[in-house]
Design a binder for this molecule. Sequence first.
Ligand code: AMP
Ligand code: GLY
Length: 432
Amino acid sequence: MKYNVLLLGSGGREHALAWKIAQSPLLGEFYALPGNPGINTLATGIDGSVTDFDLIRRTVMEKQIDMVVCGPEDPLVNGLKDYLMSFSEIRGRLLFVGPGKDGARLEGSKDFAKEFMARHGIPTAGYRTFSGNQVDEAKAFLRTLRPPYVVKADGLAAGKGVIISSTLEEAEAALEDIFGGRFGAAGAKVVIEEYLDGVEVSFFVLTDGHRWLLLPEAKDYKRIEDGDKGPNTGGMGSVSPVPFCTSEFVKKVCEKIIGPTVRGISSEGMDYRGFIFFGLMNCGGEPYVIEYNVRMGDPETESVMPRISSDLLQHMAAAAAGDLSGENVLFSEEAAVTCIIVSGGYPGKYGKGYPISGLEDMDGLTVFSAGTAMKDGRTLTSGGRVLAVTALGSDIADAKDAVYSKIDRISFEGAFHRSDIALDMINWKENR
Ligand code: AMP
Ligand code: GLY
């Protein structure tokens, strides 16, 4: 059996997924909607938007697609799977990697996710949810907490809906801002929660709704500057494995978090066949859930994919078909480090359309396209996060050296990258 695959998305995460899928002997025809210049060296690009459900339906029909792999969360939260499966000519034969609308609420509504965790005894920060007519109650609740204060818009807010503030005044202002419509309908409800003090780590599983396969864990680096300083970004780099994820810690994550989550999904009869991303905080050796995402992470995927040595396409087919029982994920012994090259000015204003040079000099490294465009045969910048440079090594230090020994061969006007991705994890033991 060969699978004709349609991959949805256009970022570095999707390029890394495409790179892995393209290695499978089970791959038939490969399409990406919309794809990007990197993805389109592996798959045929189809112009359009991942939110154009009718275009996706027509593509599935016309290209005889057997499997849809959805990279970003937005189509999932908005019910793409339910939409496609409502057509009888698609329902019986399409494998869809990603949850239906009900399962996608784990990311689409923070209040839903918190209630789900409470129902299933999954460790997470204490919280309360308020709606727009409860501003006074919300402020009173804030006053019962200690700083820093964590205020979150309930719905999808393009990664910007979480405000952490050190003073009560700032937290109250954030609350009023969200209720005032800063995030539109996503801010109809607000979740206020306790601050978790610890180190973040991302865990990933592939589930068929009942069983699950653990994928390599990773850590991402969100701040723009070295030493985790400056504003938050969509991610400046990643590393896998994560040294504090010892077998003891992973066992806790599996027993206290992943197991109960998948059992909850199963017992509540949710339609969930796809990836679950657990955003965790390691608080003194105990894992807590910060958030669920119903997709892979970016830029974590760029470090996770190279560390999977078994056939991801085969695993995804089994998950989407509802039976992972015969599957086993194999991890590479090597470590992976990814460093993102961004446009000057990012995450604020930045220019686009600058020619990129040096891409051909990256022997032994993998360069994933995140925000690039092709024009007249030249690769140009087209986004804030432009490229993801990944290296494997015998350990994290070796992978980091490999990335930084060559990354400056790539250049474009205003190019910037951090120079300390993975450094804290190399020094982790000495820090303790
Ligand atoms: P989220 O959009 O839920 O991923 O939140 C964005 C970021 O805010 C997370 O990656 C954490 O760094 C931080 N964060 C969210 N909730 C908490 C919390 N309860 N305690 C500490 N940090 C948090
Ligand atoms: N790296 C965090 C995310 O993908 O949401």
